[in-house]
Design a protein around this ligand. Structure first.
Ligand code: GLN
Length: 304
């Protein structure tokens, strides 16, 4: 039996005083308010145990991690038709790179880079009656937590400065790969990224991806085949141009966000969330990646 609490405590102790902590994202002005010393980990096992350490209960902006939750909802509406509008190949490029979109005639490489996530947001805007409210309710439902909310200051902050995402949405529109108005789709997208959660809430939200589509409340949201595909996309595309490095170092499907969160999971076994706001040059949490590498090395648990 692995003493998970002891493993988390060791990792936290090893890394909490580390001087090299990466840089907080400043391109969304509201994210500058975070402290670079924050560091939390939460582990949820499928057998019903949980372990945590550090700042696991402080809320942070989940940013791109929300792209997986949006994809999981969009799949329930369109299933395989999604893949006519978004591909499933790693991009090998930063999350906000636009040039590939032109080369590939308006079909984004995958749903976890910004262009792909904007197409997914468009699908949700088409299918949801009250998109922002309904999506929030979905996230609350799968997490079993009604207190989860959007941080409206973060959404507004990104709305003011999101020129790259406006360019992306306009480009998609010019290729007829956006059915709704650019402003409406981006308003939804910026809110989705501005979901605020702590490590525990995020770990609970991702439980269904480790549990063949059944959330913590035992409701079946996705088929195991849909979950297989979403996990495959997380493994190959969840860390942008560092997806290879994450698979190499950590060996789990996962997703990062520029708020400094990372969620990773081992199907049928556990979900783990780390949060440390400092990012490496590829936009992934520096300490979070190190913590997860230590976790899978110490516990010998990975998909490989
Ligand atoms: N909202 C951010 C953006 O669109 C999300 C990026 C990220 O977390 N990598 O730029």
């Amino acid at each position: 039996m692995i003493d998970f609490q002891n493993v988390l405590d060791e990792i936290h102790n090893d890394l909490k005083l580390e001087k090299e902590r990466g840089l907080i994202a400043t391109y969304i002005p509201e994210l500058k308010k975070q402290s670079n010393t924050s560091f939390g980990i939460y582990l949820n096992t499928i057998s019903g145990e949980n372990f945590y350490v550090g700042d696991w209960n402080l809320k942070f902006s989940i940013q791109s991690i929300s792209k997986v939750l949006a994809l999981s909802k969009a799949i329930t509406f369109e299933n395989k038709n999604i893949w006519k509008r978004v591909d499933v190949e790693p991009s090998g490029n930063p999350f906000n790179q636009l040039s590939l979109l032109e080369l590939e005639n308006g079909i984004p490489r995958n749903p976890l880079i910004n262009t792909g996530a904007i197409v997914i947001a468009d699908i949700l805007v088409t299918h949801l009656k009250n998109p922002k409210e309904d999506f929030l309710n979905y996230v609350r439902h799968i997490s079993g937590d009604q207190s989860i909310n959007y941080n409206l200051e973060v959404a507004a902050s990104e709305q003011k400065t999101g020129f790259n995402n406006y360019a992306a949405a306009n480009l998609l529109k010019s290729y007829n790969n956006l059915n709704n108005d650019v402003d409406i789709v981006l308003d939804f997208y910026f809110h989705q990224c501005a979901l605020e959660m702590n490590c525990k809430q995020l770990s609970n939200a991702f439980y269904l991806f480790a549990n063949k589509g059944k959330c913590l409340n035992n409701n079946q949201h996705l088929t195991s085949s849909q979950v297989k595909r979403i996990n495959a996309i997380m493994l190959t595309c969840g860390f942008y141009d560092e997806a290879g490095e994450f698979a190499f170092e950590v060996g789990l499907p996962g997703k990062s966000g520029v708020g400094g969160g990372i969620v990773a999971l081992l199907p049928n076994d556990f979900v783990i969330v780390t949060w440390s706001p400092g990012l490496n040059p590829k936009g992934n949490s520096l300490i979070g990646m190190q913590a997860l590498e230590k976790f899978t090395t110490k516990t010998n648990r990975s998909i490989f």
